[in-house]
Design a protein around this ligand. Sequence first.
Ligand code: DGY
Length: 324
Amino acid sequence: MTRVYVTRCLPEDSARLLQKDGINVVMRSTDDAIPRQELLDNIPGCDALICMLTDKVDKDVLDAAGKHDTKLNHLTSPSLKVIATVSVGFDHIDLDECKKRNIVVSNTPRVSTDAVAELTVALLLATSRRLMECANAVKNGDWKSWGLLWMCGTELRGSTVGIFGLGRIGIAIATRLQCFGVKQFYYTDIVEVPQVEIEDLLKSCDFIIINCALTPETAGLFNEKAFAKMKNNCVLVNAARGGVINQKDLYQALVSGAIKGAGLDVTDPEPMAKDDPLLTLNNCVVLPHIGSNTMETRTEMASLAVNNVLAVLDGKPLLTPVPR
Ligand code: DGY
């Protein structure tokens, strides 16, 4: 019997796809992050793992996936063949360790592009037009009268927008922003050939949107040095991975006025602590990593992960292998 372990409760349609003869599906019944020990306890003997971006799949988990040879008392030939993450990002999976064990890994690109682009534009506007601050002012009774200069924000019309990491999502965001009258787009990437160097993007843009993957090269890239180069009116938006920004440095930059505002859909760690200093700032909007949270997209992501697993169990190649 093939064993598939799923770390969260999948939407009904996707879960149904897994109901096949010869497949024993063990799926958690809740939508909370699996405790690490629970993953370690359940992974032994699995052929496939469907996981989320909250599940760290490292050497220890992969070692635990091995079959325990009681005679030799060590781990031999792991049964785990495939890991399908229900996310575009795969920084939570140790790809080198997977490769050593011939475990193939898939993610869910493309299906979430529109949802993430939409949310990123919403977050940019919420930050630049101070929507949370304004809504809170109404709730708190601070709306005394219409004000000529009260709660003024900045607009996209005539601005220069920088996109750091121009993958599918970056392109989808740029496409949506075009109709706001943006004067110029800059993009840079540390993987692809950049249009401009990162230095130029930092010093020229009124809005900077981070869209890159979290890698050793991008970790903490947006730090004190980067903020010092940015324009004082710059609004920074991050819907990629929290680790790309040094949050202590961001706090200083927002307090000192080195940059104007920040919209974060992702933080490091997640969830962000309730007493994180960034949450005390009016010029910082923090969302709980909801980039791809639409029913349509989440359902497609889950189905794609399931279909990746089914393909491998059927001896076929992955539909969407992670790029290596
Ligand atoms: C992803 O798919 O990696 C996104 O971060 C989910 O919102």
